[in-house]
Ligand binder design. Sequence first.
Ligand code: LLP
Length: 423
Amino acid sequence: MDFFQHRDGVLHAEDVDLERLAEEIGTPFYCYSEATLVRHLNVFREGVASCGKDPLVAYAVKANPNQAVIACLAREGAGADVVSIGELRRALAAGVPADRIVFSGVGKTREEMAEALAADILQFNLESTSEADMLAEVARAAGRRPRAAFRVNPDVDAGTHAKISTGRAENKFGIPIDTAAQAFSAAAASGDIDMVGVAVHIGSQLTDLSPLEAAFRRVGDLIGELRAGGHDIRTADLGGGLGIPYSPDSAEPPLPADYGKMVAAITEDWNVRLIFEPGRLITGNAGILVSRVIRLKQGVGRCFVIIDAAMNDLMRPTLYDAYHGIEAVRPRGGEVVADIVGPVCETGDTFARDRALPRLEAGDLIVFRTAGAYSATMASTYNSRLLTPEVLVSGERSAVIRPRRTYEDLIGQDRIPDWIAKE
Ligand code: LLP
């Protein structure tokens, strides 16, 4: 459920009229609903409330790293899952307490480890034995003893798009679950790291609980094996991954309550603190991309609706063939079947083909739904286009939470070396 609804013929974000907002901000822009963000966090939290003792919901910052979004979730008690020092700094700056921050990712550098160690974060999720060796060295040099988990790769097919599937043996993520016990013993032997837990994340936009269930069962077996080997396992990080509805035709993804029931049943006797890292589920449906139709163009046997947003603003359709619902802000009568395209010079700059929409004219506003996760954050300036601004709405209030950059920002960052400038 979200808070984007038509009222008196015009789409609103909560109580804000999107036509009015578009006049004020200019298009394209991303618009997020605070009530939707908070609702999704709470629905997920309630779903997993009875799983283990004091479960931690660590929002996966990569889904939408705007500090206003992180701050809103932090105010509600969420932690953060970060994968770079940039994300760690954002999370801390937005008010997430360090003891609710988990650091994931396959390529943490020595510098990143040292900074996260100094911040005294809750836990490092290690993805290789060499990474554990590096963390031990960094910890020794700093005279600190970090808490860490090994992320295991359970070799389970998540049944999602290949580019966002992470739990198969051939993927770069985690250590093979079969060798995890040895890796734990080696990492714990040095005494430099407190090996507190196990982590797993098999992919994103999962629409079926069974691969998650299979992965968690394997993690449960491993926890038993590790305890038998003398390890004091206190946390299990079950990752993110729950899918959300993008298309009216696709299967309904599992409800957080059903996910919570499944997790509670499997983890009943684990006796650990569970950590969850949802990203898309929290922010996905809390955001839209608002864009204006520049012109219509009749091609051979098809109509193109050319809009002022492009693939650089919302990469998901061209990168993953992702479907995003498209709606008119003020629907006219009648219908058009058209290709919705941006101005970028690539055929891949196509958001939808043969999509049935209310009739559109130049100047009309449209929105892309479900654009609150992996959308603004994956944007680029390709074709020397300015990064899209972001706006947060709460009731009748709206605030620009990232202004549109200027062309001076965009062009002024380049440097022409003397030897070229002089010639
Ligand atoms: N934890 C880890 C270790 C992750 O790698 C991810 C996502 C998450 C949590 C959050 O997963 P979520 O709950 O959002 O599914 N750009 C792609 C999605 C990439 C997901 C990467 N990892 C897309 O637009 O579909």
